[in-house]
Design a protein around this ligand. Sequence first.
Ligand SMILES: [Zn+2]
Length: 81
Amino acid sequence: MVSKCANPACSTPFLYFHQGKLFRRESAAGIEAAEGNGKKRAMRNIEFFWLCNDCADKMTLTFEEGVGIAVRPRAVTETAA
Ligand SMILES: [Zn+2]
């Protein structure tokens, strides 16, 4: 489970669900759990990531194949004055 902000540069601890932004990632491939009889069972691998209020304001999370989770600056919606 999530223990802190997903931004590596930020150390805000995860305390409240209503703060920041929670991301859920379901890997399609999942993980395979080998059973005793040699059968393999596909298991869904669900991961949670959380950005604190400050980071969620400025950043978002993306999931990249082979890379995993990446913190990216949010596309800035500029308000034309
Ligand atoms: Zn943060």
